[in-house]
Write a protein that binds this ligand. Structure first.
Ligand SMILES: *[C@@H]1O[C@H](CO)[C@@H](O)[C@H](O)[C@H]1NC(C)=O
Ligand SMILES: *[C@@H]1O[C@H](CO)[C@@H](O)[C@H](O)[C@H]1NC(C)=O
Ligand SMILES: *[C@@H]1O[C@H](CO)[C@@H](O)[C@H](O)[C@H]1NC(C)=O
Ligand SMILES: *[C@@H]1O[C@H](CO)[C@@H](O)[C@H](O)[C@H]1NC(C)=O
Length: 352
């Protein structure tokens, strides 16, 4: 039998599309966005000391957003301490949290606090003094006990020179000072209360971003902040009745009025996440347990998650969501969001 060519074409298209659908199911769903963009928020406008007619708008934060076509309700605000790059890709260039959670239909926000990244328009002068810090970062990011010794099970492509170069160069100047923690949390709390980041915010933070997110939640007056998931947070916030002495540096401890601390207890849930190569006696792990117990004492829901002991993951770095096994780390976040009831979809009707 000779089929007319149009039948052949239709048959051919059908089989291609069936094949494509099968492939999508097996690999991953596409990212379909309703919109993306960014905005500046917080900060101030200062006048020239020479002539008050001339001003500078400065010290704001920068928020870039990606809103899925059919979004869930929860906004994931990805808050770095080194650079937004850590949220964008895995160490080997593979998929990072940004795309992973866009595929899951969460609105994703990438935040640069005042003076870092794309918000580097500060109200005060600052100096960038280049120092040979790559090898110190090796230790700080827990690639191994010390440079050049990798943890044998490390979730980093140790033989991949390009990955090492990416990791060491993807940095912004970071200001680990008390003043900068205040500056970042001032801008972020204004952003949270503004409603421009959604009504259900979950901060995903790394390193010194965790402290800043806690300070933000203690400053915001609205109810938009629902949760914080801190990956390896260095520096914690304590109430002023807990006999904790405030530190003088940018990693705390920060001691705040009890009334502000109690705002952390109002969040749906808080999770402090640690990799398997962090010992229980590491200062920040000790602080995270104390902070969680104080939050819970005031009726909150804070937990410490050890990726090794509690979830069986091995070789996690300081930035586990960029690790080679970040799909497993993301799976744990899925569970966390589900347990907290933060995985629901927007009603389709509410959309324009
Ligand atoms: C300030 O600048 C404005 C606008 O250029 C100018 O009109 C004014 O004379 C200046 N004032 C002083 C004190 O220089
Ligand atoms: C929250 O309220 C306090 C007290 O009125 C105020 O000082 C603070 O600036 C407010 N926070 C924000 C983010 O607006
Ligand atoms: C408070 O902390 C100090 C220093 O760690 C300690 O000596 C003191 O006993 C503590 N006080 C209370 C009431 O826990
Ligand atoms: C933590 O404990 C280990 C032994 O379990 C010890 O070797 C190490 O020095 C301790 N570190 C700190 C910071 O106390």
């Amino acid at each position: 039998m000779i089929l007319p060519s149009s039948y052949l074409i239709i048959f051919f298209l059908f089989s291609i599309s069936a094949w494509a659908q099968e492939t999508v199911k097996k690999s991953r769903s596409p990212i379909i966005l309703a919109k993306s963009g960014g905005f500046q928020i917080g900060g101030k406008t200062i006048q020239s000391p020479n002539n008050q007619s001339y001003t500078l708008s400065c010290d704001h934060g920068y928020m870039e957003y990606f809103i899925p076509w059919r979004p869930r309700k929860t906004s994931l605000v990805m808050w770095h301490s080194s650079s937004t790059q850590v949220w964008q890709n895995r160490w080997d260039g593979g998929e990072g949290y940004k795309d992973m959670f866009l595929r899951r239909n969460y609105p994703v926000y990438l935040w640069d606090g005042p003076r870092v990244g794309r918000a580097n328009w500060g109200c005060e002068p600052y100096i960038y003094a280049p120092t040979a810090v790559d090898q110190a970062n090796f230790g700080a990011w827990n690639f191994g006990p010390r440079w050049p010794t990798w943890w044998p099970d490390v979730q980093f492509p140790t033989e991949n020179k390009a990955a090492w170069l990416q990791a060491t160069s993807a940095r912004y100047l970071e200001f680990d000072t008390v003043a900068n923690v205040e500056l970042h949390s001032d801008a972020a709390s204004i952003a949270a209360d503004s409603g421009r980041v959604g009504k259900d915010i979950v901060y995903l933070t790394n390193s010194a971003g965790g402290l800043r997110a806690m300070m933000t939640a203690s400053k915001a007056n609205g109810t938009n902040i629902k949760s914080i998931v801190s990956y390896e947070s260095i520096g914690y916030v304590f109430p002023d009745n807990a006999n904790v002495t405030a530190g003088h540096g940018g990693f705390g401890p920060f001691v705040i009025p009890l009334e502000r601390f109690k705002k952390l207890a109002k969040l749906t849930s808080i999770q402090f996440v640690w990799g398997d190569h962090r010992a229980e006696n590491f200062t920040s792990v000790i602080e995270s347990r104390l902070c969680a117990s104080l939050i819970n004492k005031y009726g909150g829901n804070a937990k410490v998650l050890k990726l090794g002991d509690d979830a069986g993951l091995k070789g996690s770095t300081h930035i586990p969501f960029a690790d080679l096994d970040n799909a497993k780390v993301a799976g744990l976040l899925d569970e966390f969001l589900e347990d907290a009831g933060l995985d629901e979809y927007e009603d389709w009707d509410e959309q324009e």
